[in-house]
Design a protein around this ligand. Structure first.
Ligand code: SF4
Length: 297
């Protein structure tokens, strides 16, 4: 009991009424959930929605520390839960539903960033929000970014940009780098691949450029689905429209590492027998982007 009480009093929140004492809360806090975070379990629906809107809590799938994967240096990457798209090639369908994530207090997240601050500064790293779709929870993400900037920590948003309208110009100011997924070069292909629209991605890229932000474009190369020369040309032209903001383009070869998750979740997997690209195809696509003057990884 005393352990539970001391854990509970360690919480700080801007809306203390959210925390409800319950056996379920204690069980999940002490035995499960996100390693390293104490979650406000036991909120009723109304509390959750209110806290989500203000960013007092965020629903998080998981987090990790990595180097040079999701931005420069050593990074804390936080995978937010919830995504409005349904990409055929998604590697993380377990992040699609926001309710499957764990609620985490804003202040717990900011404390975690502060704890790694020296590592970030020594390595040129920082915090990256990924997903799922990081822009599903704009209040939480942008408040963590605001706090990170006050600590002089580098910020990176990994997004498809589909929820462009969720982000205000003020929020964009606190993004140092955006990993922007450009999944297809035309609306028709984008719709088939993701179920969504391409226009918001383009709009978000242009807004980032107007705010002098850096962009690393990510493009998943899938034989028969995204490899058509005209598709690659269209993506190159979209990148050009970002007005010099694109530092490089990552050509990511499709792989099947996500397949077991589709099976576990019993979601029909449309790319069950899809192969990855050959070395020749990767070379051709890289050269196409390079012909437009882009650095390609
Ligand atoms: S945007 Fe990302 S998380 Fe969402 S469905 Fe597509 S690949 Fe999956």
């Amino acid at each position: 009991m005393s352990t539970m009480m001391s854990a509970m009093t360690a919480f700080h929140t801007t809306t203390p009424h959210m925390l409800k004492v319950s056996k379920e809360y204690a069980r999940r806090t002490l035995m499960g959930g996100l390693s390293g975070f104490e979650s406000p379990i036991g909120l009723d629906r109304h509390d959750r929605i209110a806290a989500l809107k203000t960013g007092d809590i965020g629903f998080v799938h998981s987090w990790d520390i990595n180097t040079a994967v999701d931005g420069p240096g050593t990074r804390m990457t936080v995978f937010m839960s919830g995504c409005p798209l349904r990409c055929q090639f998604c590697q993380n369908p377990d992040t699609w539903k926001m309710r499957d994530g764990q609620p985490v207090y804003l202040e717990a997240m900011i404390d975690k960033v502060a704890r790694y601050r020296d590592v970030f500064q020594a390595t040129g790293g920082g915090i990256t929000f990924s997903g799922g779709e990081s822009m599903m929870q704009p209040a939480f993400v942008s408040r963590v970014f605001r706090a990170a900037k006050e600590m002089d920590v580098h910020t990176c948003l990994d997004t498809a940009g589909f929820l462009n309208k969720n982000y205000t110009d003020e929020m964009i100011e606190d993004i140092d780098l955006c990993l922007l997924d450009v999944k297809a070069g035309d609306e028709e292909r984008y719709k088939v691949l993701t179920g969504g629209m391409l226009a918001p991605t383009i709009a978000f890229g242009k807004r980032l450029a107007a705010h002098h932000k850096k962009i690393w474009v990510r493009f998943v190369l899938i034989p028969g689905l995204t490899d058509a020369p005209e598709n690659v040309e269209n993506i190159a032209r979209i990148c050009e429209s970002f007005d010099g903001a694109v530092e490089h383009i990552d050509v990511l070869p499709f792989h099947q590492l996500g397949r077991p998750k589709w099976h576990e979740l019993r979601i029909p997997y449309p790319l069950e027998h899809q192969k990855g690209p050959s070395a020749e195809l990767k070379d051709r696509v890289r050269r196409q982007f390079e012909a437009h003057g882009f650095t390609v990884f």
